[in-house]
Design a protein around this ligand. Structure first.
Ligand code: A3P
Length: 283
C-alpha cells in the first residue's frame, strides 16, 4: 500500500496530513465541550486505546453488549480527528485527544468537564512509538533506534515533544478538573486504577462489574478483541501489532547504557519542575 501521509506543523505541533485536517484544527479552539464530557488526554503510545476501552466499559456500566459492536475509536472518538463526529455523540460524550495543552478547546476549562491525563515513562513511550512508526503506513519508518531516539528527544515526531506535552499539561493542571494516572500504575494494579478513575468520574461499579471491566481491559483480552486492538490499521509489516507487548521496561531491550544515561540527563533537566514519579522497570 502506498504512503500518502506527511507530518506537518500546526501552531508548533506535528500532525499527520490526511488524518488531521488543518481546517478542523483551526476550529478546535471554539469546539463546544458539554457539561459532563470526559476527555482522556495522552501523548501517543501512553495507553490511549487502553483508556478508551476503560472509559467505554465504565460508562456502559460493565455491559459488554454495549461495547462489542463498535471499535474503540467509534466509542471514544478523537476530538482532533473529524472522521467520527465527536460533536454528534450523545452526552455524556467520551473522547480522547493527543493535543498539547495550548491547543485544547477553551471550553474544557468550564465546570463539570473532566480530563484524565495518562502518562507513561518516556523511555517505553519512545520504544513503543519507534515500533509504531515501523508498523503503520501513516508514519515514516526509521531505520535505527538510535536515529529515532534523536528525533524523539528533539520532538521531531508525531505530536512533537513528549517533554513539552507533559510539562505544559502538568503546570496548567489547576485550570482543569483533571486526574493524572500513569500507564505503570494501571499495569501494577488495573482494578485499583479503574476504581480510582470511577471515583474521579463519580461512577459506581459494584464488585462484580468492576471485575468484568478489569478483565476486559487486560492486555490479554484486548489483544484478541478486534473491537479493541486496531487489527485493521493500514500497516507495512504483517508481523507487527498495535497492541505490541504491553509491558513496563521494554526500553531495556532497546536503549544502550550510553543512550539511557544520556536520556536520564535530559530527563533530569527537562523535568526538574515536574515531580512526576514513573516506574521504569517492572521488577
Ligand atoms: P507497546 O507498544 O509498548 O506494547 P496508545 O494506545 O497510546 O497508542 O498506546 C499503545 C501502547 O499501549 C502499546 O504499547 C500497547 O501495547 C499498550 N497497551 C494497550 N492496551 C494495553 C493494555 N490493556 N495493557 C497494557 N498495555 C496496553
Amino acid at each position: 500500500m502506498s504512503k500518502h501521509y506527511d507530518l506537518y506543523q500546526y501552531k508548533g505541533c506535528n500532525f499527520i496530513s490526511n488524518i488531521h485536517i488543518k481546517e478542523h484544527l483551526e476550529k478546535l479552539d471554539q469546539l463546544e465541550i458539554r457539561d459532563n464530557d470526559v476527555i482522556a488526554v495522552t501523548y501517543p503510545k501512553s495507553g490511549t486505546i487502553w483508556m478508551q476501552q476503560i472509559l467505554s466499559l465504565i460508562y456502559s456500566d460493565g455491559d459488554l453488549a454495549a461495547v462489542q459492536g463498535k471499535r474503540t475509536a467509534e466509542r471514544v472518538p478523537w476530538i482532533e480527528v473529524p472522521v467520527i463526529d465527536f460533536v454528534k455523540q450523545p452526552s455524556p460524550r467520551l473522547s480522547v485527544s493527543h493535543l498539547p495543552y495550548h491547543l485544547i478547546p477553551k471550553d474544557v476549562k468550564k465546570e463539570n468537564r473532566k480530563i484524565i491525563y495518562v502518562a507513561r515513562n518516556p523511555k517505553d513511550v519512545a520504544v513503543s512509538l519507534y515500533h509504531f512508526q515501523n508498523y503503520v503506513i501513516m508514519l515514516d519508518a526509521t531505520s535505527s533506534f538510535e536515529d529515532f531516539l534523536e528525533k524523539f528527544i528533539e520532538g521531531k515526531v508525531l505530536y512533537s515533544s513528549w517533554f513539552d506535552h507533559i510539562h505544559d499539561w502538568y503546570t496548567h493542571r489547576d485550570e482543569f478538573d483533571i486526574l493524572f494516572v500513569t500507564y505503570e500504575e494501571m499495569q501494577k494494579d488495573l482494578r485499583a486504577s479503574i476504581q480510582k478513575i470511577c471515583d474521579f468520574l463519580g461512577k459506581e461499579l459494584d464488585d462484580e462489574k468492576l471485575d468484568i471491566v478489569t478483565e476486559q481491559c487486560t492486555f490479554k483480552v484486548m489483544k484478541i478483541n478486534p473491537m479493541a486492538n486496531y487489527e485493521n490499521i493500514e500497516n507495512k509489516n504483517p508481523n507487527g501489532a498495535f497492541l505490541r507487548k504491553g509491558i513496563v521496561g521494554d526500553w531495556k531491550n532497546h536503549f544502550t547504557v550510553a543512550q539511557s544515561e544520556m536520556f536520564d540527563r535530559i530527563y533530569q533537566e527537562r523535568m526538574k519542575d515536574i515531580p512526576f514519579k514513573f516506574i521504569w522497570d517492572s521488577k
